[in-house]
Each structure stands twice: as structure tokens, then as C-alpha cells.
Design a protein around this ligand. Structure first.
Ligand code: FAD
Length: 502
């Protein structure tokens, strides 16, 4: 084995969570090495080249860039002067099965006009959602770590929570405290009693992409915050969402850290209950006294083997819930895309959501010429899909797997035509991807993406797994989305740097 000598922090995976942590720790003077199996950063939020196109692999909607928002805080902590971000006033258009459309705007007044579509009784729901999200953001920005994992984090939570509580009691917002307490243990659907089916479907569609579950199961506090993302505005990134990972990777390098691409970690070597090195498939062994793993728990269990802590050993053999993604990457003639069309669409064709019945479509901006050959645009479409049946077909009957893949892609194009009439005839290139494809390109076992559905405030894991080993990414609180994993990365960086716990 080749051996790198200096003990240091090794981060496994250059997803947004791993890169955020690495860029911040490197700026604070730690020796950081990131090993990344793939040839580019970003993972589920990467952008890949194919036949002249730059396709967004998974994530397409980029939020949290407003002043004081998660991506702004990350930029300050990591020494990033600016993201290559173009703000967009139209966040997304949601298409309902009856042909009606609602556009989500970042601008408050325009969004209030749009939501009148759901009828006057829906106002109570949106008011609850916004007030709850505002209260939680106020708390979140005071920096408490949730769930706390050490005495110091517990104390920080008490201080932040105490200040928050005091402010609310002083301003009269304390009247809402009993409601917030109840929301901590009940689902979003408690606030949809008597709502129209249209509103329920709209909320379920939005929650599925933001909380990985629908209103009957999504925790009310988590759901209110997840539904708030569009209200706080989104941006389009020049070059696609992969620009997030590229910007973070450049900051990491500027701050003195290094990324080794094409280095798949195969083992975390542990001695006396602490990590001592990370080994890679290509025979590199990198000394480490802290290892931060940017992967789901099942992958981490594999990397630690017998040395895994009890919580990882107790995992069910496969995730019992959560999702895979079915994606379709399309190169289309730009003539089919009207100049004033929003660039993100959620098309709801009916229940149950997912499995091609709900399709998220994102279109490369016309100003971003590098995303597609001249006269063309790059589209990414995705739908939630259940994992087991894809793997069963893949292993048992390859022709049937290929046929199902073709059929699902065809169904999604048909659904997407509601937002883009004429799409089918404008397609020049069509490349579908299943959970098997996602496992191949992100190494996430079974292609399990999006983290744990947010059914309870305790569902996502805390980050510290054992002495010296931390998890970062969408399996830790606050869960999935580029902004959420960036926030999780900030917490891990601060936990590792505080040195209070290993
Ligand atoms: C289809 C889809 C659509 C989405 N849409 C949105 C959206 O619109 N907006 C949004 O904000 N979020 C969206 N998300 C969620 C978002 O993409 C993720 O929550 C987030 O990007 C996950 O980041 P992560 O830090 O957990 O790392 P991941 O993205 O999981 O990255 C992990 C990295 O680790 C690397 N790796 C894996 N194993 C190894 C190993 N053994 N050794 C070395 N490297 C390894 C991988 O190659 C990868 O680069 C979407 C996700 C999907 C799948």
C-alpha cells in the first residue's frame, strides 16, 4: 500500500455535505483530504457531460441563497465570495390533474394572488405554514444543534431555545407556543382538515419533493419548513447545479485542502475504537484521526465492517422506507420551449404520487449556452420510485428491466407534455436512469436517495457515529436538499472543530 503520512481529517465523498464540511474545516486550518469515487464533485447534485449536453443528475432546484440563508452562511464560513447564481422570481409551476396551474413565486404578493386558486379556506393553512416556518427559521439561525449529541450541544440548545422563547413571550408570539408544541408530534394533515382535494394534492406534491413523504405522514414542524423553500426564492446556477459542488471544491482547494478524484474508499481502518486510516480501491491508505463520511448509514456500515457502532449494526438489511429516483435526461429542440415558460415544473397526473404520476421537470436556461448544443436545451425529469422492484427485475430478468425502463420514460414524457406541448416530437436525445443507475454513479446502496422521510423530528440521524467518525449528508438532520445538507455540513464542521467530542 502507498501511505500518505500526515494524520488528518479524511472526508469520504464530495457531495454537497462533504464539501461544505471540508471547505469550512480547511479554512480553519485543518488538514483535509476528500476522497471521491467519481470524476467530478456534487453527487446527487452533480452535473454531467453527455453528447454536448450538461445534464443535472438529480437535484435541479437550488434554494437558500438569500442573505442570511443557508448558502449565504456557508459562503461566509468557507470563504466563498459569490455563487454563480442567477435569482429567479418564478420558482416553479405546479400542474394539477384537471389541467389547472399554480405558479410558486418567491415574491410574497404574487404568491398570495396565486394561492387564492385554492379557495379562501386555504388561507388558514398557508398562514399556519408561513408563521411556523418563520418561527423555526428564527430558532435555526440561532445555531442550536439538533438532536444534541453532547453536553456542550445540549447547553447550546438550551441557550438558543431560551433566547427564542424569551423573544416570543416578549413579542406576543408566545400565544402560538402550544400550537408549535402540538405540531412537534403531529402530521401536516392536521392542518388540512376540510381542505379541498386540490389543495391536499398540491401540498402532497410539494411535500413529496421537499420532505420525501406526504401530508398524512410528514411531521408538521418539518413540513412547514420544507414547504417554505420556494417562498425564500431559488436561483439558477450557471453551468447547472453542479456549479455548487465545483464552487465548494475550489474553496476547499484555496483553503489548503485536497480532493482526490477516482478514489473510492473501501475501508475505514479502526484501532482501539478510533479511526486511523481510510483505504481506497486503488490501494491508497490515508492516515486519518477524524473521518467524515458523506454517505447513507448502510454504506458507512460497510466501510466500518465489524468495527461499526451498534446503531449501524442494528440497521435493517435494506432501507424500510424512503425512495429511489427514476430520471430521464432529454436533449430537446429549443423551439418547443416558449420564452416566458418557467424553468421548473411539477406535474401531478394523479394519485398515488411518484412512479411517474408526479414528475419534476427542469429546463436549462436559454442564457446558459454551455448546457446544450446550439438550438437545443437540456432537460432533467425525475419521479420518486420504489427501490425493491427495480432491483428484483435487474437481477432476475434483464430484458424486463430494460422494458420497464423504456415504459417509465415514455410515461414521464407523456406526463411532461402537459407542461410542454409538443415535447415528444422535439426530443433529440433520451437517456433514462433507474435506482440501479443511481447506485452506479453515486455509490449510494440500492440507489436510496433523499434520506429518511421526515415523519418525525427524530427521524434523521445525529451526525456523530463513534469516536472520530461522523456522518454528513442527507441522512443527518435537517435531511435532504442541497441547502439542508449544507446546513448539516456546517454543524459537522463546528462539532469536529470544537473538539468537545471526537
Ligand atoms: C432525483 C433527485 C432530485 C433532487 N432534487 C433536488 C432539488 O431539486 N433541490 C434540492 O435541493 N435537492 C434535491 N435533491 C436532493 C439533493 O440532491 C441531495 O439531498 C443532496 O445533494 C445530497 O447530498 P449529500 O451531501 O448527502 O451527498 P451525495 O449527493 O449523496 O454525494 C455523495 C458523494 O460520495 C461519493 N461516494 C460514494 N461512495 C464513495 C466511496 N466509497 N468513496 C468515495 N466517494 C464516494 C459519491 O460519488 C458522491 O459524490 C434531489 C435528489 C435526487 C436524487
Amino acid at each position: 500500500m502507498t501511505r500518505a503520512m500526515n494524520p488528518k481529517i479524511v472526508i469520504i465523498g464530495a457531495g454537497i455535505g462533504g464539501l461544505t464540511t471540508g471547505a469550512i474545516l480547511a479554512r480553519q486550518g485543518y488538514a483535509v483530504t476528500v476522497v471521491e469515487a467519481h470524476v467530478y464533485p456534487g453527487g446527487c447534485a452533480g452535473t454531467f457531460y453527455h453528447q454536448g449536453y450538461r445534464f443535472e443528475a438529480g437535484a435541479t432546484l437550488a434554494g437558500g441563497f438569500y442573505p442570511g440563508g443557508p448558502m449565504d452562511l456557508v459562503a461566509q464560513a468557507a470563504g466563498i465570495e459569490g455563487w454563480p447564481a442567477h435569482p429567479s422570481s418564478e420558482v416553479m409551476r405546479v400542474h394539477l390533474p384537471d389541467g389547472s396551474q399554480v405558479t410558486r413565486y418567491g415574491d410574497e404578493r404574487r404568491w398570495e394572488e396565486q394561492r387564492r386558486f385554492f379557495g379562501s379556506q386555504s388561507e388558514a393553512f398557508f398562514r399556519w405554514q408561513e408563521q411556523t416556518a418563520d418561527a423555526l427559521w428564527d430558532l435555526a439561525l440561532r445555531g442550536p444543534a439538533w438532536p444534541p449529541q453532547s453536553v456542550a450541544e445540549g447547553a447550546g440548545l438550551l441557550v438558543a431555545g431560551g433566547g427564542w422563547l424569551g423573544d416570543r413571550l416578549r413579542t406576543g408570539a408566545g400565544l402560538r407556543l402550544p400550537g408549535l408544541a402540538l405540531d412537534a408530534f403531529t402530521p401536516v394533515s392536521r392542518h388540512l382538515a376540510g381542505a379541498s382535494d386540490r389543495l391536499r394534492l398540491f401540498v402532497d406534491g410539494q411535500l413529496l419533493i421537499a420532505a420525501q413523504t406526504t401530508s398524512a405522514h410528514a411531521n408538521a414542524l418539518y413540513g412547514a419548513s420544507a414547504l417554505d423553500l420556494p417562498r425564500r426564492g431559488v436561483v439558477h446556477l450557471k453551468g447547472g447545479i453542479g456549479a455548487l459542488g465545483e464552487t465548494l471544491a475550489a474553496a476547499l482547494a484555496r483553503n489548503g485542502g485536497e480532493i482526490l478524484f477516482r478514489q473510492e474508499a473501501t475501508r475505514i481502518r479502526v484501532e482501539d475504537g478510533r479511526p486511523v486510516a481510510v483505504q481506497t480501491k486503488k490501494g491508497l491508505e490515508i492516515d486519518a484521526n477524524r473521518v467524515i463520511v458523506n454517505l447513507p448509514p448502510w454504506n458507512i456500515a460497510g466501510l466500518l465492517g465489524e468495527e461499526a457502532p451498534a446503531r449501524l449494526k442494528r440497521l435493517p438489511p435494506q432501507p424500510l422506507d424512503g425512495w429511489g429516483a427514476f430520471t430521464v435526461y432529454l436533449g430537446v429542440n429549443s423551439a418547443v420551449i416558449p420564452a416566458d415558460l418557467p424553468l421548473h415544473h411539477q406535474i401531478l397526473a394523479g394519485r398515488p404520487l411518484g412512479e411517474g404520476n408526479s414528475v419534476f421537470v427542469s429546463i436549462s436556461p436559454d442564457w446558459d449556452a454551455g448546457r446544450a448544443p446550439e438550438g437545443m436545451r437540456a432537460l432533467t425529469m425525475s419521479t420518486h420510485t420504489e427501490l425493491a422492484s427495480w432491483w428484483e427485475l435487474f437481477q432476475r430478468d434483464r430484458p424486463a428491466y430494460e422494458a420497464r425502463k423504456e415504459e417509465m420514460a415514455r410515461q414521464m414524457v407523456a406526463v411532461a407534455q402537459r407542461a410542454l406541448p409538443g415535447l415528444q416530437d422535439a426530443i433529440h436525445l433520451c437517456k433514462p436512469g433507474t435506482p440501479v443507475t443511481f447506485q452506479r454513479f453515486t455509490r449510494r446502496r440500492w440507489g436510496w436517495v433523499g434520506g429518511f422521510p421526515q415523519t418525525s423530528l427524530f427521524r434523521a440521524w445525529p451526525p456523530r457515529l463513534m469516536d472520530g467518525v461522523w456522518m454528513v449528508g442527507d441522512s443527518i438532520f435537517p435531511g435532504q436538499s442541497t441547502a439542508a445538507v449544507a446546513l448539516g455540513g456546517m454543524r459537522v464542521a463546528s462539532g469536529v472543530a470544537s473538539g468537545v467530542v471526537g
